[in-house]
Design a protein around this ligand. Structure first.
Ligand code: ADP
Ligand code: MG
Length: 612
């Protein structure tokens, strides 16, 4: 099942998906089930409120009847005669308010709890997805499923129960009392109302379409803002504020004009429906009045009828608005549930672990072929074979885009090879527990270390959650980081800012090294770990890396060949294959690809290194 679902995942395309996922009722039921008791209570209260609402017009009619009597006759005491009725009405009003309060409180409790559960479940399942899934999706899109879509679903759910149930009961109840008051008037009403409702529904669906377009346009505008604010350094560095402003302005303009159009539509709808409602009142009064004149109906009954028919009309209008909300809520819900049921191809855990005392740390790539799932036609690795002997340093060099990082990703099991296999101590990585592999065996340090916006202590502890303070300090010392950390006034409690924005590149990298070392990995992958650094930082980082490399199986991916000279073995790769293997001296002697690369870098290097 997991395979099929993963295969059904769409390839990376920038366009929006056309196919809407279907709403998953089964999953919805699972979220609803814990709240059934409270939901039942809420429904009872809502029904109660609606039934009280049905009573009110009848009593109002009776009151009007008394008023009319006193207008005619002026005998007896109006107050005594109407006191009972008024008290009754007041009690009903109070009861109705109380019931409304009750069901709204219960509903909001259910809604909020369900929304929180859904968010937690969705977030947890999103985190479990394959890296390939994230290659194909925009982060903003995923975040909006967590926020906007859940929100929309929640409010639809609440509205359906509160408004829907209530309106429906009121329509039914009032229709009964209407027909008891006057069958003839009710029949007339039953002819006129559906015609008006039909017209209203037509207009409503046009408005809904407009509103959907409006939302999409708003989402596009938000996307632009999100990208610009999230990458503000790049925007600033290219002095692109103006262009980003224009881009946002253009999308915003689009959304504004759509929203205005929607506003005009809604205004027209409201204006027309107010005319229709008023005409209905006038019509009822006119026809009802002639019935009263013919002694077929009392004035009080006519009043009751008027109030009740207004209730019916209001409720039906509510129901038609609700219908649109239901459609939106269902589609938001199906978007939420879609990613809740997706299962990754590569699970987070499961499979066996090799006990630490038997672990040697020998890694082999056996005839590995690989293409990225989101770009299936493009083969990055072809028949790639490589052995990393235990405790030795192997350097992987080659052109940019040649597939070096891909090799590291396969080792971390971010992806599985399309063909061939990768083994650790002779065991296929696919049979080993991925969380053990990533959490305890492999330390990965990349070119652009990503830190989290918390303290230095917590960032290092990210490598091993149960590390003691001493272990953290030791790792920081090994990574050449202890000194600069303790020079900060807050020391290890310094908060590094979002993505570590308040640190220099070299400091960030040393924290990333400490984070990787704190788990005492047997295998270390260094993917261009120093290439983004200036030479002073590079020296500090390189020193830390050399120290960390001792006694570990190390894969050094490097662009600058000066950093790999000391490796036990240098592997030159090109076009997804291994081309040359040997030590620095052996490869130089061969005089082929490697010496060519060295020669080219030597040509490039002097202008960079001569001080001005
Ligand atoms: P290197 O690290 O040697 O510079 P990479 O392994 O990063 O090269 O990339 C190898 C090839 O794979 C490149 O052509 C690159 O465009 C492609 N590639 C890298 N990452 C992805 C990805 N996540 N999805 C699709 N293609 C990718
Ligand atoms: Mg790379």
């Amino acid at each position: 099942v997991a395979l099929c679902e993963a295969e059904a995942a769409p390839p990376a395309r920038s366009g929006p998906r056309v196919v809407e996922p279907r709403f998953n009722w089964k999953l919805f039921w699972q979220f609803l089930r814990p709240h059934l008791l409270v939901l039942g209570a809420a429904i009872m209260l809502a029904l109660g409120a609606a039934l009280v609402n049905v009573q009110i017009p009848l009593l109002l009619g009776q009151l009007v009847e008394i008023v009319a009597k006193y207008t005619r006759d002026h005998v007896g005491s109006f107050l005594t005669e109407s006191r009972n009725l008024s008290t009754h009405l007041l009690i009903l009003y109070g009861l109705q308010g109380l019931l409304t309060f009750g069901y709204l409180v219960l509903l909001s409790r259910i809604g909020e709890r369900m929304a929180a559960d859904m968010r937690r479940a969705l977030f947890s399942n999103l985190l479990r997805q394959d890296i390939a899934f994230f290659d194909a999706k925009k982060t903003g899109q995923l975040v909006s499923r967590l926020t906007t879509d859940v929100q929309e679903f929640k409010s639809s759910f609440k509205l359906v129960i509160s408004q829907g149930l209530r309106s429906f009961t009121q329509v039914a109840g009032c229709l009964v009392s209407l027909s008891m008051l006057s069958t003839r008037l009710t029949l007339l009403l039953m002819v006129a109302t559906p015609a008006l409702m039909g017209a209203g529904t037509l207009m409503g669906s046009a408005l809904r379409k407009l509103s959907r377009q409006c939302q999409e346009q708003v989402a596009r505008a938000t996307g632009v803002a999100d990208e610009a604010l999230g990458n503000v350094r790049t925007v600033r560095a290219f002095a692109m504020e103006q262009r980003e402003e224009e881009r946002y302005g253009a999308e915003l303009g689009g959304s504004r004009s759509k929203a205005e159009e929607l506003g005009r539509g809604i205004a027209l709808f409201q204006g027309l429906s107010s005319i229709a409602f008023n005409c209905m009142v006038l019509g009822t009064l006119f026809i009802g009045g002639s019935l009263v004149a013919g002694q077929q109906l009392t004035g009080g009954d006519l009043t009751s009828f008027l109030v009740a028919s207004q209730t019916v009309q209001r409720s039906m209008a509510n129901l038609s608005v609700l219908f649109g909300q239901v459609v939106r809520g269902l589609s938001a819900g199906s978007r939420v549930f879609e990613y809740m049921t997706l299962s990754p191809r590569i699970p987070l855990s499961g499979g066996h672990c090799i006990p630490r005392e038997h672990l040697r740390g020998s890694i082999t790539f056996h005839n590995v072929c690989f293409s990225y799932p989101c770009r299936p036609g493009f083969q990055v690795l072809r028949d790639f074979t490589l052995t990393l002997p235990p405790g030795k340093i192997v350097a992987l060099v080659g052109q940019s885009g040649g597939g070096k990082t891909t090799v590291a990703s396969l080792l971390e099991r971010f992806y599985d090879p399309t063909a061939g296999m990768v083994t650790l101590d002779g065991q296929d990585l696919r049979t080993l527990d991925p969380s053990w592999l990533r959490g305890q065996v492999i330390g990965f340090i990349s070119q652009e270390p990503v830190l989290f916006g918390t303290t230095i202590m917590e960032n290092i502890r990210f490598g091993k959650l149960d590390a003691s303070d001493e272990e953290v300090y030791a790792a920081a010392r090994e990574a050449n980081a202890h000194e600069f950390i303790t020079s900060f006034p807050e020391g290890y409690n310094t908060v590094v800012g979002e993505r570590g924005a308040t640190l220099s590149g070299g400091q960030k990298q040393r924290l990333a090294i400490a984070r990787a070392l704190v788990k005492q990995p047997l295998v270390l992958i260094l993917d261009e770990a120093t290439s983004a650094l200036d030479s002073e930082s590079e020296r500090l980082v390189q020193e830390a890396l050399d120290r960390a490399s001792a006694g570990r199986t190390v894969l050094v991916i490097a662009h600058r060949l000066s950093t790999v000279r000391g490796a036990h073995q240098i592997v030159v790769m090109a076009h997804g294959r291994v081309c040359e293997v040997g030590t620095h001296e052996e490869l130089l002697k061969k005089g082929r690809l490697y010496s060519e690369l060295i020669r080219r870098q030597a040509l490039d290097a002097p202008p960079l290194e001569t001080p001005r």
